[in-house]
Design a protein. Structure first.
Length: 98
């Protein structure tokens, strides 16, 4: 039996649990806040020193990894934060907003 076949039945531990960035990690509990706060904090240089797109990727990573575990209300709020950040990026790059 191969290593992959042995671990195929296990669904409790995922590689994503070990992905952390200490230097630019968002504050604890940030993703439970309102959309404007999430977008503002993730766009800040303290959390995203390489630019707003870095914070945008953190948000996408969280949305994608949370998956089915998100309630409809929480998912909607995170998607609102995503739209706000897309508008911020568009303004930053001089493109017209939607």
């Amino acid at each position: 039996m191969t290593e992959t076949a042995k671990n195929a039945g296990r669904g409790t531990r995922r590689w994503v649990h070990t992905v952390t960035t200490v230097s630019t990690a968002p504050p604890a509990g940030l993703f439970t806040r309102d959309a404007r706060t999430i977008a503002r904090v993730l766009a800040s240089p303290r959390v995203s020193p390489r630019g707003i797109t870095s914070g945008f990727r953190m948000l996408l990573f969280f949305i994608n990894r949370a998956g089915h575990g998100l309630s409809a209300r929480r998912r909607a709020e995170l998607l609102r934060a995503k739209r706000l950040m897309q508008e911020m990026i568009a303004r930053q790059h001089g493109a017209p907003g939607r």
